[in-house]
Design a protein around this ligand. Structure first.
Ligand code: ZN
Length: 194
């Protein structure tokens, strides 16, 4: 195994260079700005992202496979307001939750790289540590997604800028939200499945 550290902040003007050449990306980012930045760049580069986020006693896990399943913007078109998504330094997180979600992320990566099993593309796994419960929601691509829709892909192929500019390239990340905002942030798009 070769570890290549990147000791720089992930920004709009370096994300393409930093993620280039990787087969899969594990998203353990702790700000919404970084998540959107990473999502948009990964879709453009065609690299799958195994996404996990934690909040207090809960965790979320899914795998974004560009154009095969939804992307982060299909799931959350816009960031929740900061008051609905306090950072871990404010809301706290049960220490074992990141560990549990991290192992599940690693499991997703193994399946992607080995081409075995069924990934979490199009499925959002929710983990409730207090009840020790897993719930699965079905996710669908947003046909109007500014990043992964057919129209967005055509724009990219034509060399045009995406129709989204949620965060200016190169701007420092200012939102402190590290959680996922709870059920209110789901916006009704994911659908529960048995
Ligand atoms: Zn999308």
């Amino acid at each position: 195994m070769t570890v290549i550290p990147h000791e720089e902040m992930l920004l709009g003007d370096n994300v393409e260079r930093i993620i280039a050449g990787y087969d899969v990306i594990l998203d353990g980012t702790d700000t919404f700005e970084t998540r959107y930045l990473l999502n948009d760049a990964a879709v453009a580069a065609g690299i799958p992202v195994v996404h996990a986020s934690v909040f207090r006693f809960e965790g979320q896990l899914t795998t974004f496979v560009p154009y095969e399943g939804p992307c982060y913007r299909c799931l959350y078109p816009t960031p929740p307001p900061p008051e609905l998504a306090p950072g871990c330094s404010v809301a706290g997180v049960l220490g074992v939750v990141p560990g549990i979600l991290g192992l599940l992320q690693a499991n997703e990566v193994l399946k992607l790289l080995l081409g075995i099993g069924t990934t979490l593309a199009g499925r959002l796994l929710l983990f409730d540590a207090l009840e020790t419960e897993f719930t699965e929601l079905t996710l669908r691509r947003d046909p109007a997604c500014p990043v992964c829709s057919d129209e967005a892909r055509a724009r990219r192929d034509r060399g045009e800028a995406p129709a989204t500019a949620a965060f200016p390239a190169g701007a420092p990340f200012v939102l402190g939200g590290a959680g996922f905002g709870g059920p209110a942030s789901l916006g009704g798009s994911p659908e529960a499945s048995a």
